[in-house]
Design a protein around this ligand. Sequence first.
Ligand SMILES: Cc1cc2nc3c(=O)[nH]c(=O)nc-3n(C[C@H](O)[C@H](O)[C@H](O)COP(=O)(O)OP(=O)(O)OC[C@H]3O[C@@H](n4cnc5c(N)ncnc54)[C@H](O)[C@@H]3O)c2cc1C
Length: 304
Amino acid sequence: MIFRTVLLYLSRQHRLKKVVSELPGFKQVVQRFIAGEKIEEAIAAVQELNNLGIVATLDHLGESITSEVATSHEVSEYLRALQFIKDSNVNSNVSVKLTQLGLDIGEQLCQENARRIVEEASRLGNFVRIDMEDSAKTNATLRIFYSLRSEFEAVGIVIQSYLYRSEKDINEILAKNSRIRLCKGAYDEGAEVAFAAKSDVDANFVKLMQRLLTSGIYHGIATHDEKMIQATKDFVTRENIARDTFEFQMLYGVRRDLQVKLVQEGYRVRVYVPYGEFWYPYFMRRLAERPANLWFVAKNLLKG
Ligand SMILES: Cc1cc2nc3c(=O)[nH]c(=O)nc-3n(C[C@H](O)[C@H](O)[C@H](O)COP(=O)(O)OP(=O)(O)OC[C@H]3O[C@@H](n4cnc5c(N)ncnc54)[C@H](O)[C@@H]3O)c2cc1C
């Protein structure tokens, strides 16, 4: 727990990126979780996943952007990514963070930026997933999502099972006939908003998963936790829910064995493929999720 808190603290110290990226052997470690810095590398990674029967969602790494010009670069990058997906004929949608599109600058700006991406995805027959960030952003993220959803079908949202509010949010989102990615949640949250014990986060995940899979809407169950996956499989079997009416989702480089196994068992799997130069906070959150990853880092640094 203390490890997680320290790593999540370090994930917010952006100046450390330069220090850690100069450590020998570090590049190999980052490459395990990030598909590359350029869109071409990300598309190649998606193609490899597609060859295994796995679909993808592309994420151009970026968050907490505070300049309006930089947000318009993010929009351009997403429009480019959508075009690349179409031209290379790979099976992938895109995921985006609203602080990447200016949420910290102003809601109006963010909404307009997000709208441009969703409009283009809609035009190309693709789909945009809005990631969920820390709880201080939940209300604004949902407001923007609802507004986009009232205009477009091609947009979905993420809900985190560690937040107390999530059941209520899910009911409202389902009432709007919308698609949800359910995950546990990756940020450092206080006991006033989130369950502290893993057992409570897991119990809520199972409860919310059941609510989603009986809604008649296509959702994503995003986890690498074998217990959560087993609970989902058991529920689907018990309730006679068809395997092509939902998908499991996992992160690039995490539990590749399990990703392939699920496909072989006839489940749909989507992998979240991050790319870009701004990998530091994303990478640190992945380390925070699993202290064993630190050994992977240490081994590579020693090798380098
Ligand atoms: C597709 C996808 C999209 C996501 N989008 C969001 C989002 O929008 N907002 C948000 O807050 N969070 C998001 N997350 C992160 C999520 O909230 C969790 O932090 C993360 O998935 C770890 O939780 P877990 O369900 O895998 O279970 P945990 O209980 O954390 O882990 C269970 C087991 O999974 C394996 N595992 C988990 N993480 C790792 C790792 N990094 N490296 C190696 N093994 C690991 C380990 O075997 C571990 O014991 C997303 C996750 C996925 C898979």
